[in-house]
Design a protein around this ligand. Sequence first.
Ligand code: ATP
Length: 334
Amino acid sequence: VAGQRRNPQTDLGEEDYALRPRTLADMVGQREVYERIKIAVDAALMRSEPLGHVLLDGPPGLGKTTFATCIPRDLGVPLQIASGAALAAPKDLLPYLTNAEEGSVLFIDEIHRLPKAVEEFMYPAMEDFRIDITLGEGLSARTVNMNLRPFTMIGATTRSGLLSAPLRDRFPIREHLDFYSSDELQEIVRRNATKLRLPIDDDAAAKIACTSRGTPRIVNNRLRWVRDYATSRASGTATLPVTIEALKMLGVDDRGLDPQDRKYLTTLMRVFDGGPAGIEAIAHTINAALDTLTDEVEPFLLRSELVVRTPRGRKLTPLGYKHLGAPPPDKNPE
Ligand code: ATP
């Protein structure tokens, strides 16, 4: 794979697989979530019982899929992966449920995108490990009851607020993943630089960590880009000056914001006078998908207090103005 050109922002290739932790113990950060999940996993192993269903929520790239792949590995059970967006009707879920071996894990990504009918079909499967299948139509229709082998459902979502209460309640283990600290990200940079066989200086590792928006996936993408840059334009070592140049070429600023993040902020400031502005209006103006803004761009801007959400829409904060190098609103000449 080495030498292939990659899009550092979006690529999820073979190397992503190579960098993904294999077991829960390999995971960095999220200590409280890790501890609770580890206890539940150990208890399930000791009792030889399936682990309770697990719901993971949080912004993209923070490790939901990583948890979902490490948990079955630690349990020593098979994993099936499905996506909420692809399960249009109960019949699409049926093969996953009937194939699920005793104690195995069924991971459903983007679980908030399940249609209502599929969600309702899942309730008895999750609660009592049984499903009701309707055979035939009209007067000759009859319902057949089928028992399933006890399994563990792991659901992942970037929008837990969209999940219905009955679905949420069927997950005894619910965990929220938050952004990582710079120290944690630096540890991920160091480990992954070793995996990528990239010599990296400590200050360069710190630079990547503190400009990766608290997100391991962004760390990995930027680290791969810095490696490409160091190979192509320097001696192959990621020194601080090489790293700064490489990040500059991506348009990454001191806070780690990329051009799309800044476009959101400058549009809010210039076009909407700092807001409040509706998210749809911002999305139309910068020609971005609404989901991209709400799921990927906004969580870090909100968390960094550059933007706030008000009942009337998004508003740039004084810190947001400062980041854009503009005077705050009350000092703005009208
Ligand atoms: P999405 O919602 O977009 O699917 P996600 O939350 O499932 O995102 P992952 O795919 O699990 O995110 O994580 C992205 C990458 O970040 C992984 O391939 C892995 O290499 C790295 N990563 C995530 N969490 C950790 C962690 N705790 N320690 C080390 N690396 C991690």
